[in-house]
Ligand binder design. Structure first.
Ligand SMILES: Cc1cc2nc3c(=O)[nH]c(=O)nc-3n(C[C@H](O)[C@H](O)[C@H](O)COP(=O)(O)OP(=O)(O)OC[C@H]3O[C@@H](n4cnc5c(N)ncnc54)[C@H](O)[C@@H]3O)c2cc1C
Length: 384
């Protein structure tokens, strides 16, 4: 069974139903409907807000983790982790634009969008989704795509998991796994403001092939990612590790990057304008993570899929075991942000969360929710 984050490991479910087929899912949903006991699906168990944990019924989808490729399309069981997905696709010389954490679930990641090292080139993970099999709250199993149940298919691409039904299979159009340049450059923490200024100029407008992520931690500034980091070499990094390697190896090399130990508080926001140099928190803390957007992420209309965030330049995540630091630094930067928040980084402290996650797509999402889950069987704090 997948490992939930330490913050939620104390929540003990009444039952864990290990599902191997869509019928298992349908039976468990029927039990929840009849008993009124809360039910929630779990993929990789990595939700920051603990949405796949409950004192009711956890639907553990991890037995449904098969990865297969036919006619250029990859069919992936909704319980697969990213490590299983990358390894399964690599056997066919393929991959997906998706995240780094090897134990993150493909379902949770895709349903909330999916940012990763190939995203500026190929878009979100959900932008590569071509169809899905879903068990609806009323127990029916349906396929959805642009041609079949198109509203459901639209809503599954970026609104966040666990709201419209339980996805059992995901069908993607994968991309070629090509040898790629990996880089990790570092500078002392004292140069953070200067490096951030340059990063904000370069990273969001860089060629699509470059994904340069910036991490400012207590001790140092780290730039890591895929593509050619040439423009950053002018900044005289203290260390520079640059090498071209098979794409799977590159992915695996970032498996442990950025994982803080223990109970981590994480808050984030999107930005459309540069952060002024004097707004960078003076107080060093564990991690400020800057993810570049731009490229293919924003060459899609906000209304084309449920993922509305198509005008953003970058995302900033504040993550620490010191919750006070996270709240102070998030509040300090928030006035410079667009006010929008990535649905896969849910934040229980937001005053008005639904507009922040869904923007102008909110009303359509609420209508689709009413259609597919009129009784609100699938719910959590901040759900539609
Ligand atoms: C260590 C770590 C690294 C991360 N790295 C990245 C990254 O590189 N890029 C990125 O974009 N995000 C990243 N994230 C965030 C990640 O995308 C979200 O936490 C995501 O929701 C996790 O999905 P999951 O399946 O692991 O989690 P879960 O907690 O199992 O699920 C998340 C939500 O989706 C629902 N859900 C799960 N499975 C299904 C299903 N089959 N059908 C319907 N609903 C379902 C759950 O009920 C819950 O609401 C990371 C998170 C962590 C903790």
């Amino acid at each position: 069974m997948s490992q939930v984050l330490p913050n939620y490991q104390h929540i003990r479910p009444l039952a864990v139903v290990r599902c191997s087929t869509h019928d298992d899912v349908a039976n468990a949903l029927a039990w929840s409907r009849e008993s009124g006991i809360h039910i929630t699906p779990r993929g990789g168990g990595h939700c920051f807000a603990g949405r796949s944990s409950t004192t009711g019924i956890v639907l553990d989808l991890s037995p449904m983790n098969a990865v297969s490729v036919h006619d250029g399309l990859a069919t992936i069981g909704a319980g697969a982790t990213l490590a299983e997905v990358y390894a399964g696709l690599d056997r066919h010389g393929l991959t997906l634009p998706a995240g780094c954490g090897p134990t993150v679930g493909i379902a949770g990641l895709t349903l909330g969008g999916g940012l990763g090292l190939l995203g500026r080139r190929y878009g979100l993970t959900s932008d590569r989704l071509r169809a899905a099999e879903v068990v609806l709250p009323d127990g029916r199993t349906t396929d959805c795509s642009d041609d079949r149940e198109p509203d459901l298919f639209w809503a599954l691409r970026g609104a966040g998991g666990g709201q419209f039904g339980v996805v059992t299979k995901l069908v993607f159009e994968p991309v070629q796994a090509e040898p790629t340049t990996r880089f990790v450059l570092t500078w002392p923490r004292s140069r953070a403001a200067e490096i951030l200024e340059k990063w904000q100029e370069i990273a969001p407008d860089a060629p699509d092939e470059l994904s340069a992520n910036l991490k400012i931690s207590t001790r140092e500034v780290t730039l890591f990612g895929a593509g050619s980091p040439e423009e950053f070499l002018d900044l005289a990094p203290a260390t520079a590790d640059i090498a071209t390697m098979p794409y799977l190896e590159l992915k695996q090399s970032f498996d442990d990057l950025g994982d803080l130990e223990g109970q981590v508080t994480s808050r984030s926001h999107f930005f459309r304008r540069p952060i002024p140099a004097d707004a960078l928190p003076d107080e060093p803390g564990q991690e400020l993570n800057f993810t570049p957007m731009g490229g293919a992420y924003i060459r899609i209309r906000p209304a084309a899929t449920a993922f509305v965030h198509r005008a953003e330049r970058f995302l900033v995540e504040h993550a620490s075991t010191d919750a006070g630091w996270v709240h102070r630094t998030w509040t300090g930067l928030h006035e410079h942000s667009s006010g929008r928040v990535y649905p896969n980084f849910p934040d229980l402290f937001l005053d008005d969360p639904l507009p922040a996650y869904h923007g102008e797509n909110l009303q359509r999402l609420q209508e689709i929710k009413r259609h597919y889950d009129p009784a609100g069987l699938l719910h959590f704090p901040q759900s539609l």
